[in-house]
Design a protein around this ligand. Structure first.
Ligand SMILES: [Zn+2]
Length: 177
């Protein structure tokens, strides 16, 4: 069994001093717009990494108040910009390539705690229903510090560059929340 993650550059200096297979990861039930439950930082024993730098690991601590993660569960996590490793879901990993998340204006964190489509459903229920997701650009609260992140669909940028005449269609961008 290979344990290439032990020397993975993204995990450098993140391992526990006495338990060199363990790292600290933020686990969560979602971001501030979808849950009242606060994220928690737990120790996770790394069990693997794939070719896209998606790590897997086993949760060592019992979460205090989260419902989506239990002690002993295997989770996936990634290494965003900034200080913290972040638990991610399969759905998040599926949708994430379609989105640009600008770094948080306070801490530089450039991932979301929520699956983008679910976040849009909360913020823009009408747009979600209209299947207009590719036009979407919005601001969200950073899951780590509560700062502001701008989130943009990859195609939204193209629309704004190529459809200058369609100003009307973009009006709702002013409804940033
Ligand atoms: Zn932040």
């Amino acid at each position: 069994m290979t344990e290439e993650w032990r020397n993975h550059p993204k995990l450098k200096r993140r391992f526990h001093a006495e338990f060199p297979g363990d790292v600290q990861v933020i686990i969560h039930d979602g971001g501030p717009r979808s849950t009242d439950r606060s994220p928690e930082v737990v120790w996770v024993t790394v069990t693997g990494v794939d070719e896209n730098d998606i790590f897997t690991g086993r949760v060592l601590n019992q979460p205090q108040q989260l419902t989506s993660v239990v002690q002993g569960a295997e989770i996936k996590f990634i290494v965003p910009s900034g200080e913290h490793l972040l638990m991610v879901t399969e759905k998040y990993l599926q949708e994430r390539p379609d989105w640009i998340v600008r770094p948080c204006n306070q801490c530089g964190f450039d991932e979301l705690f929520d699956v983008p489509s679910e976040l849009i459903h909360v913020i823009f229920p009408d747009i979600y229903e209209n299947e207009n997701r590719s036009m979407v650009m919005f601001t969200s609260f950073c899951g780590v510090c509560g700062g502001v992140q701008v989130v943009q669909h990859k195609d939204a940028r193209l629309e704004s560059q190529h459809n200058d005449k369609q100003e009307e269609k973009k009006k709702w961008w002013r409804f940033w929340k």
